[in-house]
Structures are given as C-alpha cells and as structure tokens.
Design a protein around this ligand. Sequence first.
Ligand code: UD1
Ligand code: CA
Length: 492
Amino acid sequence: MAPKDLAIVVLAAGKGTRLKSNLAKVLHQAGGRTLLEQVLRACAPLGAKKTVVVIGHQAEQVKAVVDPTGASTVLQFPQHGTGHAMQVARRAIGGAKIAVVLPGDAPLIRTETLKALVAAHRAGNAAVTILSAVVNDPSGYGRILRKSETQVGAIVEESQLAPEQREINEINSSIYCFTLDKLWPALAQVKPNNKHKEIYLTDAVGVLAAKGETVLAQIAPDSREVLGCNTRVDLAEVDGIFREWKRNELMAGGVSIQLPQTVVVDADVTAGEDSLVEANVQLLGKTKMGARCIVRTGSVLKDAVLGDDVIVEQHCVVANSRLDERVTIGPFARLRNENHLKAGVHIGNFVELKKTTMGEGTKAGHLAYLGDSKIGTKTNIGAGTITCNYDGFHKHPTTIGDRVFIGTDSALVAPVKIGDGAYVAAGSTITENVPADALGIARGRQTNKPGWASKKRRELAAANNNAKKPAKRRGAGKTRNSVRKSKKKSRR
Ligand code: UD1
Ligand code: CA
C-alpha cells in the first residue's frame, strides 16, 4: 500500500566542512555507493507519494545522483540551517500530511527502522517522532532532553549544552517523522539563536513541546544505523559497517569468506552457494559469482560475471568480463575489459586480455597479450603470443578459429585471420591470413655452422691472454712455476 499522505525529505544541501574536501559531503561514498544513494535506497520501499531532496553545494552533481531515482530536488541557496532547508522544501512537498525527514549523511539507516518510526508516529498521533539512539560517545550530536518517560522536551545541540547535559547519551539522529501542519507554524517561530545564525530544525521540536504537542522519540534498535558522516573517520567507520553487513549477507547465503575483515564487497555483489573468497579479495561493482567458485587471495573483480565452478587464482584483476562455468584464470592474470571466456577456458599466469572472446576449452597458459580478438574452441595459444592490435592510430581485430595451435612467441599483426585447424610456427611474425589447416611460418630460416662456436672460443681466449700480459705483476706472491702452470691450464 503506497501511503498517499507520506512525503520524504532528504536534507543534502550542506558542504560538509569537517570532511575538508572539494566534494560535497553527500557525494562521498560508503559501502560502494554515495551517501545520498544509500539514504534514497533505504527510503524507496516506504512508497512515499513524493520524495524531495534539498540540494545546495555542488547542486548539479548532487542532482545527477538524485534524478535517476525519480525523486525531485529543490535548491537551498544560501544554506541557513536544517530548519531553513525544510522551509525551502515546503512547496515541493505538496499536499502530504506527514513527512519523514532525513539527513543525507546518515547512510546506514534501514528501511525497517523507518517503517517502525512512521508506525510509532501514527500510533502515537504525534506532532513529531524523533529517531533517537543511545550511544557510548554522544559528542558531536544533539541530545534528547526528555521531560517524561515518553515525552521529549527539547533537542539541545552540542554547542549549546549545559555542563550537566553533556552526560546525556540519547542523541538526535536527525531522522524524524513530522505531522506537517504542526511543523510549519512551529518552524516559523524558530529564531537563528546560535553561533552560525542558522535556523535549526531541532529548535522546532522544542517549540512543539512547549506548545504541549506530542513529541516522541523512538530509540533505534541498532545505534550504528544513525551514524552521521561528518569527518573522514566517520566515513571510514560507516564504510566498515556496510562492508561487514554485506559480508555477513554473503556468508548467510552459503559463501565462505576467509579473514572476513580483509575482504571488500560492494553492495550489488552476489555469490552462489559454496563459493570461497580468500583473504584480501575485493568484489566490486556489479560482480556476480555462481556456485562453487573460488577467488583466491589478492584478486580484484569489478563488474565480473562468473558462472558456476570458476576458479580465479591469486592476484588476478578482472574488470567488466564474463567467465562461464569451469573457467580458470591466473595466478597473475589481467582481464581488462569486455572479455568473454566460454566454458572451461584456461588462462594462466601473466596473460592480459582485452575485448577478447574465447570459445570452449581454449587455453592461453602463459605470458600473452590478446586484444580485440575472437578465438574459437579448443585452441591453444602458446606462451609469449602477442596480438599486435594497434598500429599507432587504430585498433584492429584478430580472428583465430577452432582447434588452432599458435606456437610460442608469435606476433599476430592485426587485422589477421587464422583459419580452423591451422598451425602457426613458434617465433613467427604473422602479417597475412593463415588458411584453415595450413602451417604459417614467418621467421628467418636457421643455418648451423659446424665448429663455429669452439673456434670462436679459442679466438676469444687468445685475445684475453694477450690483453693480460702487461699486467703480469698481478701474480706477485706466486712462484714463476705456478704462474706458468696456470697459463698452461688456461690454454687447454
Ligand atoms: C544535525 C542535528 C543534530 C543531530 C545530527 C545527527 C541540527 C541543527 N542538528 O547536526 O541534532 O544530532 O544532525 O547527525 O539539525 N543541511 C542542509 N541545509 C542546511 C544545513 C544542513 O541541507 O542549511 C543538511 C546537511 O547537508 C546534512 C544535514 O542537513 O545532510 C545535517 O546537517 P549537518 O551540518 O550534518 O548537521 P549536524 O551538525 O550533523
Ligand atoms: Ca551530520
């Protein structure tokens, strides 16, 4: 049921001075997405009639994140505080009766917690329901001042705390559910009575309480959910929590992870049952792994799609590539972009692939560069094979058929085609097509010169002795005989 009376307002106009960054705060990332995306994703399942994002700093870039989600934006410029941001959003909110308000910098918030907040607000028939949290270290947050077990009297910002209020460890998350026709008049009464001359949304809560309205605070079940990202340390902590949750999700789905705290997994990654991820692996972007895959230590997969039973050995880098079932790669393989390895392909160490398709059962075991290539099934690419795909101006394709044998250290100068069943002799520089079932050999013909090497050695030894003669004195300490003996030896 899409609640027709509900709006969502995300406050995302601030700069984030404490991050010391050129990038607006909500564009920083945690858990593999921008903070703002994380917040909007958590809100989406609430099914609000309208979602409004208040933007200001780097409005254009922030809008680019918001637009694809279908939410609308309003510009707050200049930024006169969180209360002012709500006033700016008022028109865009339209006819909604209640609004969930969130800061753009608290990305760990979960949908279930927001749903519970709205439910508590409705059940309590409140003017505002604050999402609060009980924390060990409340510093930096506004504190919840309770006037009774159930009712809140005010929120006091850190900078305005009386000494005895510093001990209060129930904090304001900056996530609220407001009944809007109560909020607007209260907000109109708020004065910018603070160092920054800002209109604080938190002060509207105090006004509502003073009017005798129902002001509730619902404590978040997991206080980590409300962590705000004001500093780089906050960002790292929040990122770490996202990563932990994601790894736990994979493990719950039947994936083994060694030394989990060393493994980085982005939010959209999926992996099938009985897969194993070793220590120090990164699974990034939209990587998808089938069942029973193994990704060994040091490997980084970004936007990789792995079928079942794929093995990625140690220290491989795979980007934007598809590896079908039973493919094995590495150690030390690099699959750069748009590769498709069909079932059972084997890629060994120090092989680089770019825009290359390989048919079933094809192998490139060692030391090769294969770019812009289409390679058939059951073909063997020898060690040191290079596709010369670039002429300094353009990229050219290489086509290699089925059951082809490319001898080691071959250079294939593209554009070039090697027909089905053909052989390329080791060390060839192939500049012309090789027909099916033919042998392509393109290298200098070998001639052997009998006795050449021993003759050469004698000449070199003689020249060496002549050169040494003037330096005879170096043998001081040796007897004449011993010098003569050693000379004899070297003549043999
Ligand atoms: C705010 C709360 C504090 C709470 C904390 C929780 C106020 C006055 N204080 O403090 O009680 O404990 O969050 O994290 O609300 N923003 C705008 N326009 C503005 C000012 C801010 O859109 O003019 C946005 C910011 O981009 C940010 C959010 O509002 O996403 C909160 O602002 P921030 O400066 O981070 O407030 P805190 O000092 O963290
Ligand atoms: Ca904040």
